[in-house]
Ligand binder design. Sequence first.
Ligand SMILES: [Zn+2]
Length: 388
Amino acid sequence: MKTGDASYIKQLNRKILIEEIIKNISLSRSDLARITGLNKATVSAQVNDFLQEQIVIEEYESASASINRGRRPIILEINGKAGYSIGVDIDATHFSVLFMNLKGVTFDKFHIEIQFDNLVNVTNQLIQTLTPLIDKYNEMYQPLGLVGMSIGIHGIVNNQEEIIFTPKQEWSNINMKSQLEEAFETSVYIDNNANLSVFAEQVFDEHISDLFCITLYSGIGLGIVSENKIYRGYQGFAGEIGHMIVESHGLQCACGNKGCWELYASERALLEALQKRHPTLSIEEAIKTETNGKVIHDYLEYLAVGLNNIINIFNPEKIILNGAIINGNSPFITDITGRLKSKMNNYREIRASKLGEYSCVLGGAAFAIKNFFGIDTIDFTAYDNLIK
Ligand SMILES: [Zn+2]
């Protein structure tokens, strides 16, 4: 036995216990011992630590719930009020920001227009926007205050969390992590928006170990959770699927290539095509008018071509599509799956996201909470407190 094994095991047990307390919402010490297989003394010693750190609260179960059971058991829960995290999504024209308590409950969220082109000014705008809110919420969420923050970037972020390139703003080789960590005095994680989106799907809606999510807003991104981890590839660039070429002599893309998938199958491409063809109609009216028309037909066709490629490469169990239009038009999904008839590929389900446009910030805030607790997975699917 190596020295240090005891503290390693203690750390491991801590992880297991926190994961179970989060997942089960509320449970007793003996429930915890039963579920984890740890002995009661170990559970009690750890729970006492959690109580001291104030990350867990312990109270008598309400009288009504235990009326037929004689003695009222003492129930443990994560202390939602002990601290909070922040998710930020920096898109081409606006930030989305979401504040989440330690139980995964969103208590504030908003969009704000970006006033600048270069990332230095954008970073300063972010700091100026968030600082007074963090001061306010740090007083309300005690004793921990802000426990971490994630920033979703619509572009390539490497394994060192540096922004390598964003096609829309043309930001390249920028490290905003240390500046933000200094400004906010907390851990800051920089990640690709599709990675944070698929993480949100796993945490809040579909807690399976392998999951794919394709975001279809201004561009197209693929986020992959594989064996409960965000799959990042060799340097962190995995999932830049919007720049998969689907037309070899096609439209010119900001990435330098021609015919990239997102120029045909992102919702921005669809909106532009609809507006061009029906300049006087609202988007909803244009979609209705085009239901059996060329614009929607071409869009769904291109979407299916890309999905076919993804399915052939990965053989995914489940793919979640997330876009403002696709989320509200379930016949589109039926249409797309109807086009995926290859005998060569297989998947279990393709469906629309229930989390919608806030998925990146939800995932970002949850990712910061996961890292704060030092746990491997975080499961808020049983909580009925989301997306209000
Ligand atoms: Zn491209």
